[in-house]
Every structure is written in C-alpha cells, then in structure tokens.
Design a binder for this molecule. Sequence first.
Ligand code: ADP
Ligand code: GLC
Length: 485
Amino acid sequence: MTIDVLSVSSEAVPLIKTGGLADVAGALPGALAPHGVKMTLMLPGYPAAMQAVRKGKVVHEWDSLLGEAARLVSGKINGFPLLVLDVPAYFSREGSPYTDHSGHDWNDNWRRFAAFGRAAADLAAGAVKRRRFDVLHAHDWQAAMALAYLRFSPPEGGRRIPSVMTIHNMAFQGYFGPEIFPRLGLPKSAWTLDGVEYHGGVSYLKAGMEAASAITTVSPTYAAEIRMSEFGMGLEGIVASRSERVFGIVNGIDTGLWNPETDPELAQPYTAAKLARRKRNKRGLEVEFGLDPDEGPLFIVISRLTWQKGMDVLVETLDHLVGTGARLALLGSGDAELEASLHAAAARHPGRIGLRIGYDEALAHRMQGGGDAMLVPSRFEPCGLTQLYALAYGCVPVVARTGGLADTVIDANLAGLAAGVATGVQFAGVHYHSLATAIDRTVELYGHPKVWRTIQRNGMKCDFSWSTSGRAYAELYSQLMAEGQ
Ligand code: ADP
Ligand code: GLC
C-alpha cells in the first residue's frame, strides 16, 4: 500500500535555500519512495518556485487566502510531485524569503505563512479535486499553521488526517502579537493554552506542536535536549507534556549531490582509497582564498554567521588557530558584526585566514573536498548537515558535543582511536578554552598521518544516507494511520 504524504515546507533544494531545512525537504521525497511513501511537496510561490512550475497546471484557486486571491500550480521537483502556492502579493519577492533588503523580517510574515498554512490544510483535508493525502507533514514554523487550521477550522466536509510537525530549529517559532488573531480566520476556540495562544500572542510553531499527531525533530539528542529550558526556548513544557509523541529522527544526506567520487565541483574527485588526491583540491582552495600554500592543516568553516553557530567564539580563537601553524578558509554570511570581526582577523593574518562572505553552494563543495578539518562550534545544533558532508568527504569534523553533532561524530579520544572508530573531534561547552583545546588536539592528530587517514576513512565509511531515517519516517506515518489520527 502506498502512503500519500503532503510535505509542507518553506524551502527545498534546488529551488530555495537558506539552510539545512532546504536540503532535508528536497531530499525527503526520494528518501521515502523506497519505503512505499509517495510524497508531494508544497512550497510558497517564491520567484524560483514559480519559474519551476511555469508550464504547470492550475489545480485549485482561492478567491481569498487571508485577503488575496491564490492559485495552486503543479509541477515537479527532483522528479517528484510539487505544488506551488501562487500569491504574488505574498511571495513574489526577490532575495531572502523572510527578510527585506535591509535584513528585517517582512512585516506581513504572519499573513504570508498563515495563508500558506490555510492552503495546505485545505489541500490535506481533501478540498482540492483529485488530491488525496493520508498524512500531513509540516516543517518548521512557516508551515506549522497548516496543522492548526486542520484542527480548528477544516474545510467543509474535509477529512482530518494525521499530522507530523518536524522541528528543524526551536529557535525560530513564528511569534506574533495578539492583534493578528482575529485576522487569521480561526474560531475563538483556538485562542487557548493548548491552541495557538502563547504568552498573550500567537506562536505558529507552538500551534503546530499542540495540534500534531506526532512531533519529530532532527536528531535523538536534540529531541532530548528540547525538554530542557536551555534548548527548549520556552516550549520545553509542551515537549515534556507531549513526550510520548516526540521522536528524534536524524537527517540523512543526499548522496547523489554529496559524493566526492562524482562531485562535478571538485577539480580532483577521489575515494577513501585515494585520499592523496585531495591535495590538488587543497591547493585550489589555497589559491581561491589567497592563503599561503603549505603542508600544515587547513581548517574550513561553512556556516551561517550567528550566535547559534558559535561564530563569536570562533572569532576569539582565531589568533590561537593561526598560532598553531594552521590556516582557515571561511565561507559564511549573517550578522554584520561577526562579518566585521572576521574581516579584522583576516587583515591581521594575511595568507593564514581567508574569507568569503556570501552564499556559494559550489564553493561549499570545493571546500569539503579540499579542507583538512571543519570547525562546527555550535551552541546548539538540531542536526547539522555540514559535519555529515564533511564526514563523507574525508574532511575531519571538529564539533561541539550538542544535538546532532553529538550523535554523528565519534571523538578521537584514546578509546575511540584504540577501537578504530573515531571519525572526528568533539569538545564540550562552547568557549575559548574548549575550542582552542579542540584545535590543538586536531593539529596534533593531523601531525600523525596514519592516524589522520584512519579518522578520515572511518568518517567516509559511515552510512549517512537516508535509508535508515527514511524507513523511520515511513514507520511513523504507518503507525499514525493505524491510530487513525
Ligand atoms: P543550518 O540549517 O542551521 O544553517 P545545517 O548544517 O543543517 O545548518 O545546514 C546548512 C546548509 O547550508 C548546508 O547545506 C551548508 O553547506 C549550507 N551553507 C551554509 N552556509 C553556506 C554558505 N555561506 N554558502 C553555501 N552553503 C552554505
Ligand atoms: C536547522 C538546524 C540544523 C538542521 C537543519 C535541517 O536549520 O539548525 O541543525 O540540520 O535544520 O534539519
């Protein structure tokens, strides 16, 4: 039996991406197909998404979705079914999907993503001809209102199907003032503690979590962490109260897109058996980043430049990193202040620290293929994909012991090395000393080429494909269907 799932997300590769959510939403249909799941992805009609369905069919129209006429257009993404919600007034904006050109949240985000949720709920409930779904699966706050609408205001004659709310990052909750509530078109009964109300306003993520048949997040450790106030960001109480409904399913990686043997971005493709070939890629990176060529370790960072990612602590340790004889190539964008301090560090250490501020997918691949080690000093990390790509590419991950980083990297301590299972370096607590010590340990390991190669190969042998996690989602869907809600 095929399970028909409607996956609702604000991002998906290759059409729209600001972070790992896009990689995951884009990969899920393919990851689930072998497990008897037919997944249809629904995206907002951002310019790139509209372009992808320009020859598509209009499968439904709304006279008004929170005040604007809307259409649902069908197409394909990565060979799988795609539905795009076309509302030019909400989504036809270039640049970031969430912020204006000066980096401020669009002030109608509440309306844009409520409309997206309203449309998804209608679709999930069967209001669109010839589309029938067994499970509604929403990702992050931008899609969460779908669950609230399905629960409190299903379309007439609509079916209430089971739902999954996946939290990719608890730090982003979609919180708005109470004045929006009357404009959402929800009944008064939704304005409750176990509805959409949260601290006197409306929280989209919380609304989705309350309405969901199951809540998932993207690693087992993060699923446990969000029960605590340090990581729950205020929603730990709900996680705890629904704890038998909370599951951690670690993300996989798209091994078609991230494979050092076939990666078209690499000057020199390679395998675990031919690690020496990485050298040519490393030389290329040195040139691209204006770094001195030498045999010492080349650290890389590919990251949003934010507090979550511990980039302020990275900045503090850069003098130390250079002092060990290592070099750093960093690709990232985000906080202006962090960008400025990184520029200052690069100016202090010409030839030792190279920067690329911006977003560059192809360069991210080249960095994984040429860097020796990747630094990921996140304060919290629901899953993290960059360390998974690093493992696949033999670029040794050096990670904070939190969330998915703790679940996916095996520390090269004495026991890990003796057992021959180490895949990287972990450190506890994100501050100057822990990171500086981790850098020292990495440089030391790099100085023992045989040990280093073993760590690289161990990482490359790990299976981070979607096969296990794809099955876990499929089993969850079947279980929810068997329960009926
Ligand atoms: P998050 O989603 O929290 O940003 P992840 O590690 O899950 O963290 O995913 C980040 C994704 O975004 C990865 O695919 C990574 O390669 C990519 N990425 C992050 N910053 C950049 C950048 N500046 N240029 C290119 N790719 C980037
Ligand atoms: C979020 C998290 C990241 C996770 C990604 C995909 O952006 O910050 O840890 O890997 O979602 O689930």
